[in-house]
Design a protein around this ligand. Structure first.
Ligand code: CA
Length: 506
């Protein structure tokens, strides 16, 4: 009898321990800039469902990416390590044999899933179930790969399929285990193909950012050499211009890939600044329609979890692999260490652990995500992870000695959009960028120049602060053991940001 009683007590305490381990739903969007989210004060759109996470949880205001591009950011998130430590500085294949957050969670008894955009070039490892888009995947009639082979979703839109399959994973999970699911959205990534239900966006007039006509007057060559300018580089494909009917095959593609310097609109040819305005509107109307499909997905996922009674002890995170230029500094895309591209949205709802409506100003980075998930699951953070757990910050505390600067490094040069390689440091007030292959520098005072319009690097009055920033950059580089392995030469062979074909496992 005593033995039965002891067993019963042991069983009850096990169940209680299990109850305490939170589920984790990590919604990781693609190219979704924080300034296109209502909770972050968007002036261009509304995201009521994503905003719920801020209202019912915490909004992180200073979350930054350490290498602003899709594949590298994802590798950082899964490993808790910077690009120079996880072997994925550009679009090369991720080595799935290395330790990752999902493996640690799975080994600790979590049921793990990966649904949607993965974009790491090798098959997912450490997931009980996975279903991934090949590369960027298709918006319409998408096909996803599983361990058993491809699955097709004719007549459907990618954001809806990713939501459906995430819910399917949750419905079919073992109910006696906590879950970790990575829900990867793709829609805000170029080329911004929309679902017909968002057609009303084509009639919207989107306010222009203050720096749309940034002439880069004080910036280095890198600013002028980039090919991610709204005015110069958006193509007919990006702008959804219809090719002449008689163009077929390669000729049609060639036509679509041209960045037009004049366009016929309502029977009239427009050029110059009128065309820049028009291009910005076309770009943003489609981008925001894609964002809306992701916001709707977040609404469905929240409703599902709440309906199932899982809301209270599920940590729901909304973030994106980097920020994005929404006409800011005259650009689209990401890559640069400038604020619109560097800043990540990071919103967390966890009613059991977070006070609703919190705002966290501490500086956080994407290598912090993996340690946070492990800490929340009650697991130790491996010493080789380079980020720090955000668990205390979720609860409104900022541990003593929390970081006040972050290290950045972008490697993909030569690469898409002709963006120059650079590294840099951002403090709470300043930013120093070194385009190391050109040995050119930029420095900004973010307190007076949030749009990064004035490069102060050569201003004699700033010499002291420049020296301090250089010392901090050197300190971080050393502390993070970045020993320049990728400093010279082109990125490894076979790199590609697109989804032209599926290499094994992508
Ligand atoms: Ca991305």
């Amino acid at each position: 009898m005593t033995r039965i009683f002891i067993c019963l007590i042991a069983l009850i305490s096990m169940v209680r321990a299990e109850e305490k381990r939170p589920n984790i739903l990590f919604i990781f969007s693609d190219d979704h800039a924080a300034h296109a989210i209502g909770a972050y004060g968007s002036k261009i759109n509304q995201t009521p469902h994503i905003d719920r996470l801020a209202k019912e949880g915490v909004r992180f205001d200073n979350c930054f990416v350490t290498n602003s591009i899709c594949t590298p950011s994802r590798a950082v998130v899964l490993t808790g390590k910077y690009s120079h430590k996880n072997g994925t500085p550009v679009f090369n294949r991720f080595d799935g044999s290395q330790p990752t957050v999902q493996k640690y969670l799975q080994n600790a008894g979590y049921h793990t899933g990966m649904i949607g955009k993965w974009h790491l070039g090798s098959d997912p490892v450490g997931f009980n179930y996975w279903e991934i888009l090949p590369g960027q995947g298709a918006y319409h009639d998408p096909m996803l790969y599983t361990a058993e082979g491809p699955k097709k979703y004719p007549g459907q839109y990618a954001s809806d399929v990713i939501t459906d399959r995430t819910i399917h994973f949750l419905e079919n999970r073992p109910k006696d285990k906590p879950f970790f699911v990575f829900c990867g959205h793709k829609a805000p990534h170029r080329p911004w193909e929309t679902h017909s239900r968002y057609a009303a966006f084509k009639d919207k007039v989107i306010p222009e950012p203050a720096t749309l006509r940034d002439d880069g007057a004080t910036r280095t060559d890198a600013f002028h050499e980039q090919e991610q300018s709204v005015a110069r580089d958006l193509t007919r494909r990006d702008l959804k211009l219809a090719p002449p009917d008689d163009l077929k095959g390669p000729e049609r593609n060639k036509w679509l890939n041209v960045a037009p310097m004049e366009v016929q609109v309502n029977g009239r040819v427009i050029t110059g600044d009128e065309l820049v305005k028009w291009k910005y509107q076309r770009y943003m109307q489609d981008y925001l329609a894609c964002v809306q499909s992701v916001d709707d997905s977040v609404g469905r996922l929240l409703d599902y979890l709440d309906k199932e009674g899982l809301g209270r002890n599920t940590i729901i995170i909304y973030s994106s692999d980097q920020g994005f230029f929404l006409g800011d500094n005259g650009m689209y895309d990401k890559r640069f260490m400038y604020e619109p591209s560097l800043r990540m949205p990071f919103l967390v709802r966890w009613p059991a652990g977070i006070k609703a409506g919190s705002v966290q100003k501490a500086m956080t980075i994407n290598p912090d995500f993996a340690p946070t998930f492990l800490d929340a699951a009650g697991l130790p953070v491996p010493p080789d992870m380079q980020g720090r757990s955000l668990l205390p910050l979720l609860k409104g505390e900022t541990p003593a000695g929390w970081r006040t600067s972050m290290y950045y490094r972008y490697y993909h040069d030569p690469g898409d959009h002709n963006t120059r390689a650079h590294l840099g440091v951002r403090t709470e007030t300043h930013k120093l960028i070194h385009f190391w292959k050109k040995d050119q520098w930029e420095m900004f005072d973010l307190r007076n120049d949030s749009g990064e319009q004035k490069n102060l690097y050569n201003d004699p009055a700033q010499a002291e602060i420049v020296a301090k920033l250089k010392a901090e950059l050197a300190r971080l580089k050393k502390e993070l053991q970045d020993n320049d392995e990728f400093a010279e030469g082109p990125p490894p062979a076979g790199v590609d940001g697109g989804a032209k074909k599926r290499p094994p496992g992508n």
